[in-house]
Design a protein around this ligand. Sequence first.
Ligand SMILES: [Zn+2]
Length: 458
Amino acid sequence: MRIYNTLSRRVEEFKPIKAGEVKLYTCGPTVYDHVHIGNLRTYIFEDILRRVLISNNFQVQHVMNITDVDDKTILRSKQEFPGEKPKQALGKLTRKYEELFYEDAYKVGIDFSHSKIIRATNHINDMRELIRRIPYKYTSDDGIYFDISQDKNYGTLVKLDRTHEHHRINNDEYDKDHVADFALWKTAEKDEPSWEFGIDGKNIAGRPGWHIECSAMSVKYLGQPFDIHTGGVDLIFPHHENEIAQSRAAINKPLANYFVHSEHLLVDGHKMSKTRANFYTLDNILTKGFDPLAFRVLTLQAHYRSQLNFTWESLDAAQSFLKRLQAWADLKFQPALGHKSNAGHNYDTVFKKLVRALSEDLNTAEALAEISKLVTQAESEGVVIEKLQPMLKKLDQALGLGLANRKDVSPQIKKLIFRREQARKNQNWSEADHLRDELANQGIDINDTPHGPVWSRA
Ligand SMILES: [Zn+2]
């Protein structure tokens, strides 16, 4: 399997530290609001990476953090829960958005059932210990800072202009033009949640900086170095650069061997922003009547390292493609099309090609093209019912498209289909048309084939 490594800026052969095993870390959501569809694109990419590793017979140990304390969560918790004690307000806010995150992730086919998901606030002590081990640091009135001027290795992921390195910055996030000493631990203001930190004979009531959260949590469960660290490209700097610097400073080993990043999602050609009114969450997609998996298909149609331009037209096209796949999957309920004994004989070949495409730096578009060939074949030749379901299961494991678990139509619909077929046989055309309309009202289209009627969901 080959994958693009941001550390080398090259597609590399993937070699795990321990044969057959992969330790994978994902920067999880900061739970202060609904995630937007750009965030979801990143989590779908990470889900695909995990699935492709499994398809390549690796045992994957996946860890993802939940950032439930940082600048944004604290600010929002004061706004949403003004009367509460700071820590309680923070807890209420972050649990609420953590739950909403899982709901959205589940709807777009992300499978966290084998992932270890951990909260930052449950690992404060690991962060304290890591900070104690970092030699390049100094204390200021507003916190403990990482001293970039002492770190010769700083700038592992990106080439940086270090002329500003003696400035220090208090924000968790800052732009690329501000290479600066960053906070490992931030002194709490009066009405902010805080934890005690005894260091160098002093006690600093405060909270961890964002970057130290991931360094401490990833290494605690995966060791140092671990295999793959993932995130969106927006995390390369400063977040991942700072994670690498802290972890290396603490124990003089790299943090991870591969850094894999997915590109931005644009909406109508622009970066999403609330002022431009092109800021979408999954709910905005669902209210327009789209299948959430259509969004997943849309993201898979582009390569993860390309910017993806979201438009309603492109989502519409993705939904049409998904519907074709679903109609194909639904053939397993319909013996009428199970007429050709050799239809589906090339499933194994196609699946191998699909895994090969995915294993070449996650070429999801080519993988979808392979499935499309199968569907086209089924549309003309039919399927062998018994062979279809095992194939759908394999495809779901690789791509998470939810094809294997689809439900049959209700007995009542089946009866209508049967009655219409009887009417047709008796050449009672008006009755047949009437029943076709009734089925259409219930969202079922009928296609008459030489082998009998085949339904599909409209
Ligand atoms: Zn992180």
